[in-house]
Design a protein around this ligand. Structure first.
Ligand code: ATP
Ligand SMILES: O=c1ccn([C@@H]2O[C@H](COP(=O)(O)O)[C@@H](O)[C@H]2O)c(=O)[nH]1
Length: 251
């Protein structure tokens, strides 16, 4: 036990040194968190850490906590914070990245307080996928990934835990102005358009009466399609010649 604690202190210290940027991705079961995280990784180069996936990998690894975790997941219950936080810390350190999407955690107030106390990390913001239960239920029942908890009995338990334990976490961060809420009932592509707006830095967003775009340092001549930092085309048929400028705004 002593060795584990010492090892974890080292992990905590190394992580704190890195000052990682963390976004919590929350929403009910089946709201589309994992689907959108994959898109965010591709466009914005975060590392995606699904707490549920880490717990499922722990079961598969044959760890001493495996049976306990498996029973909790079958019942839709929340695994003790200590177990999940250690898995998250280890994965963050091993990733080599400093930008993380933590998907499906914190699931209750105790998870949240323990994570902040142990890691000293506060999330940049919370991405909240809001979706009606009927839609989430439909999605989970047709997910077809062989998950033991994607059956109607466990799904109902997971919904109850989400409402009673996870929503208060979202309310906590809402009161701090940290929640970015997305209508997750729309098709995948439309949901991602809304997500992109959240992750795109302010000075690169299209404005109602024009848009601005960054130029590469030393770039003096920009011909043809203009792109924002995520690679989306903003406009065509422009020829802009500029000197000593890093931003141009077109109205
Ligand atoms: N916007 C969407 N419209 C329709 N189907 C979707 C949408 N987003 C995701 N799905 C589908 O719904 C199912 C659940 O999505 P996903 O696994 O991303 O949800 P999740 O929030 O990560 O779920 P969980 O919390 O249970 O892990 C998947 O089969 C996925 O393909
Ligand atoms: O922080 C967490 C994350 C997950 N769990 C348990 O895992 C299942 C499945 O989670 P998904 O996010 O849907 O993959 C969840 O119902 C919990 O039992 C957890 O305990 N703590």
């Amino acid at each position: 036990m002593g060795t584990v604690d010492v090892a974890n202190k080292d992990v905590t210290a190394s992580l704190a040194d890195k000052k990682p940027k963390v976004v919590f991705v929350l929403g009910g079961p089946g709201s589309g968190k994992g689907t959108q995280c994959a898109n965010i990784v591709e466009h914005f180069h975060y590392t995606h850490l699904s707490a549920g996936d880490l717990l499922r990998a722990e079961i598969k690894s044959g760890s001493e906590n495996g049976t306990m975790i498996q029973n909790m997941i079958k019942e839709g219950k929340i695994v003790p914070s200590e177990v999940t936080i250690k898995l998250l810390q280890k994965a963050m350190l091993e990733s080599g990245n400093d930008k993380f999407l933590i998907d499906g955690f914190p699931r209750n107030e105790e998870n949240r307080a323990a994570f902040e106390a142990v890691t000293k990390i506060e999330p940049e913001f919370v991405l909240f996928f809001n979706c009606p239960e009927e839609e989430m239920e439909r999605r989970l029942l047709s997910r077809n990934q062989g998950r033991e908890d994607d059956n109607i009995e466990t799904i109902r338990k997971r919904f109850k835990v989400f409402l009673e334990s996870s929503l208060p976490v979202i309310e906590y961060y809402k009161a701090k102005g940290k929640v970015r809420e997305i209508d997750a009932a729309k098709p995948v592509g439309e949901v991602f358009e809304a997500v992109k707006v959240v992750f795109t830095p302010k000075d690169e967003k299209v404005k109602s009466h024009g848009f601005s775009f960054p130029l590469l340092e030393n770039e003096s001549h920009c011909l043809g399609g203009l792109r924002n930092s995520t690679g989306d085309k903003l406009a065509y048929s422009f020829e802009v010649v500029c000197h000593n400028l890093l931003h141009i705004t077109v109205f």
